[in-house]
Design a protein around this ligand. Structure first.
Ligand code: COA
Length: 222
């Protein structure tokens, strides 16, 4: 791994951490849109709209326009869903990383630095959804620094921290469209435990599935 250092988060990293999180999440908009288009319900709706309009109007232009409008609306819905998630996450924890991650014994936040520039982030804290485990959160690597093993090193940092504190496993959540992340976790020894739909109407309509991954840790021998 080329000249990368992992260190604990400091207050002056606040803006770049938020930027990396926002960029990392926003890049999933196109793949989420494709995911929605692949859903049988979406395809059926588009087909029915097209057929109904072509039969009733005897025009080709109107159904093409209508389908284009529906596609634009679906894309906006996906953008809205991601923007809402980013906004909520910034408010909930990344706007105050010190308070959320650094004041308690069983949580922490790290950044990866390359030549003095922050290029990766990860945090971990006690899981709300799965009490008794630490949860890996907010892993993101700048595009220009991908494929260099930075995320693997960040995952390892979380696993070491969790093991040192005596927890039996690290858990995390990712989504159906985050395929690079899924490959990373499977590569790092995580197992997919379950799949479930986000309990939110837009996500349900878009069939947006979340995956829970877990990595069991071996206790250090004394
Ligand atoms: C997922 C992410 C963190 C990976 O960062 P990275 O630094 O490029 O990952 P690494 O270089 O450490 O790769 C680790 C392993 O993950 C897998 N992997 C990562 N990116 C991959 C890709 N594009 N294609 C295939 N496998 C990939 C590989 O198994 C790789 O190991 P290998 O190179 O020995 O085969 C990065 O793509 C990212 O920031 N994505 C946007 C934010 C995001 O989705 N975060 C996940 C939140 S749940």
């Amino acid at each position: 791994m080329a000249n990368i250092q992992i260190r604990k988060y400091q207050d002056e990293d606040a803006d770049v951490v938020k930027e990396l999180f926002t960029l990392g999440m926003s890049e999933h908009v196109p793949s989420s849109f494709t995911h929605v288009l692949k859903q049988p319900l979406t395809q059926m709706f588009l087909m029915v709209t097209f057929c109904a309009l072509i039969t009733s109007s005897k025009s080709f232009l109107l159904p093409v326009l209508a389908v284009t409008l529906v596609l634009a609306a679906v894309r906006q819905m996906v953008v809205y869903m991601f923007n809402k998630y980013i906004e909520t996450t910034l408010k909930k924890d990344l706007d105050n990383i010190g308070r959320t991650y650094l004041r308690k014994n069983n949580s922490c936040f790290w950044v990866a630095e390359s030549d003095g520039r922050v290029v990766g982030t990860v945090g971990c804290l006690p899981s709300e959804r799965a009490p008794g485990f630490l949860e890996l959160k907010r892993i993101s690597v700048r595009r220009s620094h991908r494929g260099m093993g930075i995320a693997k090193a960040l995952c390892q940092t979380v696993a070491d921290f969790t093991r040192e504190r005596g927890f039996p496993a690290v858990i995390l959540y990712t989504s159906v469209v985050q395929t690079d992340a899924q490959k990373l976790y499977e590569h790092m020894g995580y197992t997919k435990i379950r799949e479930f739909l986000i309990p939110e109407l837009t996500a349900k309509i878009l069939n947006f599935t979340l995956f829970e991954y877990r990595k069991k840790l071996i206790k250090p021998s004394n």
